[in-house]
Write a protein that binds this ligand. Structure first.
Ligand SMILES: C[S@@+](CC[C@H](N)C(=O)[O-])C[C@H]1O[C@@H](n2cnc3c(N)ncnc32)[C@H](O)[C@@H]1O
Length: 207
């Protein structure tokens, strides 16, 4: 199921206007490699969310080769973005792209399992962003709950999972995302919504 009508997606792409040349190169690489980046519509949303909460410390779970981190880094002037990625070659690519745009000084890449790395990076975060393999979503959410500062956000990509969340009994990834959504909306200390652009983005504000 395509969540957003393709005509609306193209319309949004047109009115959102120009973006950084390096982002365009990264998008071209995603197309070529068939790599699942958040894309420009969600990227712009991430940028605005970081601006709205004046984010200084961001923890990203599942960074790939740095496309979503690039949007965070653009927004968080003087900030610190902790990226986590299981592939060393993706880290190398990310550092090349971020360096080319003069943003690498805001980003620290950790290679390994995001669920373990978050326990090693001290302090609270203004934003925790979740975009790892989908069966890890419920565990990632539990980590995020305790690490987001008051007034901060949990943001997660793919929470509508191509519409498969509407299936009564889905595969393991679908059931993990459904569980993630149930747990998120059960929390009384977070105000949560799902923004149905691209594959669905959860945004939850820690009250
Ligand atoms: C959907 S991609 C991330 C895309 C990235 N957020 C972006 O939009 O540019 C998911 C990435 O998370 C990595 N990954 C999956 N599970 C992980 C985990 N438990 N810890 C760290 N990285 C993980 C994969 O190697 C992959 O590169």
């Amino acid at each position: 199921m395509q969540i957003v009508d393709p005509n609306i997606e193209s319309y949004l792409g047109e009115i959102y206007g120009a973006r950084h040349a390096v982002l365009k190169k990264m998008e071209a690489e995603a197309l070529e490699r068939n790599f699942p980046i958040v894309g420009p519509l969600v990227g712009k949303l991430l940028y605005e969310l970081a601006k709205i909460v004046k984010a200084r410390r961001i923890f990203e779970m599942g960074s790939g080769y740095g496309y979503s981190a690039f949007w965070w880094a653009l927004a968080a002037d003087g900030g610190e973005i902790h990226c986590t990625e299981s592939s060393e070659s993706n880290r190398e690519k990310a550092e090349k792209y971020l360096g080319e745009a003069g943003l690498l000084h805001r980003v620290k890449y950790h290679v390994g399992d995001a669920l373990e790395i978050i326990d090693k990076v001290e302090g609270k975060f203004d934003i925790v962003f979740i975009d790892i393999e989908k069966q890890g979503y419920p565990a990632a959410l539990e980590k995020a709950f305790s690490r987001v500062a008051e007034g901060g956000l949990i943001v997660a990509d793919n929470v509508l999972w191509s519409g498969k969340v509407t299936e009564k009994k889905g595969d393991a990834s679908t059931e993990a995302i459904k569980e993630f959504n149930r747990r998120l909306f059960a929390r009384k200390d977070f105000a949560a919504s799902i923004v149905p652009i691209r594959d669905g983005v959860a945004v939850a504000y820690k009250m």
